[in-house]
Design a protein around this ligand. Structure first.
Ligand code: NAI
Ligand code: UGA
Length: 459
């Protein structure tokens, strides 16, 4: 099928690349010219395992191209994905201006046959209908006639387009895997023609043709109304964030009573009604989506006069959790002024270069405020131009330089390679070998044998 994906952030690029990989003819549009040039040269603007290889092979096969020409994209695609960002406004609500600009642009260029416009971006409940209206506005602006006065799209029995909500559930760092091995595909919309086209688009994925386990049962497709599909996305992220806040709360109680949250999480996770995933206690959740999506859902509830107390608690527990390592540093080192703290990891999770709302940022800010010197090593940030963009922290190029002269290390991101560092050597280079393991990721015994004083999170 002919597909156009508008917006090439994590979601747009992964969607475009994966749809071309399964045989569709895809054009990806972005209004950032520099990014488009980079992608046209075969380079991925983001670090995501496996993505560059798929991108290059699809380009070579002539099934994937990049452009900043929205008109060309709209003309090309029978299915048009909106995958631009919906960042948070200071109020917590979602900033939908990029979605609006794209929807208007689609309307202005819509011509020819029937199209399905897909909301892939995470958008506030009700946005499907709103996007439909904006597209109609765009059409009427181009035709310079008010919608409903002779505009072809106004005839409900013969629509020029339909809007479908198709929320994205991929995780950064495993985005390619998640796309080919999804737990479900959610399609919100009312026109069976649009839903049928979406089902055809995803058929190879539903049939597990590109899955790790090709014999796994078909991927379930859930068809809902527009608003329910939009709510599925927010509710999923809010549930996962709540699950983490819950285990973090349990970890803090474990710390006080002398229980071990890692064993506790194992014990509760074995209950199939609870499940073992997303029970890793630590220094809080971050990233480009959990914080903004939980806040946006809270804001939506508030708009409708409902006080979402559990969502509020989920955020509050996380805000406090992000400062846990600071409290632990104060307990260990007492006065932080003049001390040197080294951070192992900067990104909000491993296998990504994404720094959006990373717990490290808030820690750096507070350590600076308290007069500590902050150094960091991150496998991606340290090796890229990103290191020059960081403020309030000296980004070292290797772990030994990081350890040198530190009064304590804090493991912020559970990068796999941090498992097997030469901790004995690092301890010798430190002023005082203290380790706060913010992800309960390291082996206490190994660290203690290496000379460290070790402190986990409820562990
Ligand atoms: N990052 C993630 O892991 C996930 C994100 N989402 C949702 O997907 C959406 C996109 O997120 P990201 O990919 O992280 O976004 P992003 O912020 O990384 O990228 C957005 C892209 O859209 C482009 N763009 C903005 N306005 C445009 C316009 N008028 N025309 C063409 N391109 C335009 C930007 O240049 C940028 O390349 C958001 O709503 C997010 O909540 C959903 C699931 C996972
Ligand atoms: O809407 C989105 O953008 C995406 O948000 C999350 O994906 P992502 O933010 O990439 O990363 P996660 O693996 O969910 O981790 C989020 C944060 O929670 C933390 N986390 C995760 C799991 C856990 O057990 N404990 C924990 O503290 C991570 O360290 C990280 O800071 C969801 O998992 C995806 O399904 C969703 O599509």
């Amino acid at each position: 099928m002919r597909v156009c994906v508008i917006g090439t952030g994590y979601v747009g690029l992964v969607t475009g690349v994966s749809l071309s990989h399964i045989g569709h003819d895809v054009i990806c549009i972005d209004n950032n010219e520099e990014k488009v040039k980079l992608m046209q040269s075969g380079q991925s603007p983001i670090f995501e395992p496996g993505l560059s290889e798929l991108m290059q092979s699809s380009m070579e096969a002539g099934r994937l191209s990049f452009s900043s020409d929205l008109a060309a994209g709209v003309a090309h695609g029978d299915i048009l994905f909106i995958a631009v960002g919906t960042p948070p406004l200071p109020t917590g609500e979602s900033d939908t201006r990029y979605v609006e600009a794209v929807a208007r642009g689609i309307g202005e260029h819509l011509n020819g046959g029937y199209k399905v416009i897909v909301n892939k971006s995470t958008v506030p409940i009700g946005s499907g209908d709103w996007v439909r209206m904006i597209v109609m506005d765009g059409i009427s602006e181009r035709q310079q006639v008010p919608v409903g006065v002779g505009a072809p799209a106004a005839k409900p029995e013969d629509p020029m387009f339909d809007v479908v909500s198709n929320p994205e559930f991929l995780r950064e760092g495993s985005a390619v895997y998640d796309t080919f091995n999804p737990d479900r595909i959610v399609l919100g919309g009312s026109n069976p023609k649009a839903i049928a086209m979406m089902k055809e688009l995803y058929e190879p994925i539903v049939e597990r043709q590109f899955a790790e386990d090709k014999d796994a049962p078909q991927v379930p497709i859930l068809v809902t109304d527009l608003s329910s599909a939009e709510m599925v996305k927010y509710a999923s992220n809010a549930f996962l964030a709540t699950k983490i806040s819950f285990i973090n709360e349990v970890a803090n109680i474990c710390d006080r009573v002398g229980a071990d949250v890692v064993q506790v999480a194992q014990g509760i996770g074995l209950d199939s009604r609870i499940g073992s995933k997303f029970l890793q206690a630590g220094i809080g959740w971050g990233g480009s989506c959990f914080p903004k999506d939980v806040s946006a859902l809270l804001h939506t509830a508030d708009d409708y006069g409902y006080e979402a107390q559990l969502l509020r608690a989920t955020i509050d527990v996380n805000t406090r959790q992000r400062l846990l390592s600071l409290e632990k540093l104060q307990q260990m080192l007492k006065i932080l002024k003049g001390k040197t703290v080294g951070l192992l990891g900067l990104t909000f999770k491993p296998d990504t270069d994404d720094m959006r709302d990373a717990p490290s940022l808030i820690l750096i800010e507070h350590l600076n405020r308290l007069g500590a010197k902050v150094k960091a090593y991150d496998p991606i940030v340290s090796q890229s131009g990103m290191r020059n963009g960081m403020t309030g922290v000296i980004v070292e190029t290797d772990v030994e330089r990081l350890a040198d002269g530190c009064d304590a290390l804090v493991l912020v991101t559970d990068w796999q390679q941090f498992k097997d560092l030469d901790y004995g050597k690092m301890a010798q280079l430190m002023t005082t070998p203290n380790m706060i393991d913010g992800r309960n990721f390291l082996d206490r015994k190994t660290l203690e044998e290496a000379g460290f004083t070790y402190s986990g999170v409820g562990h």
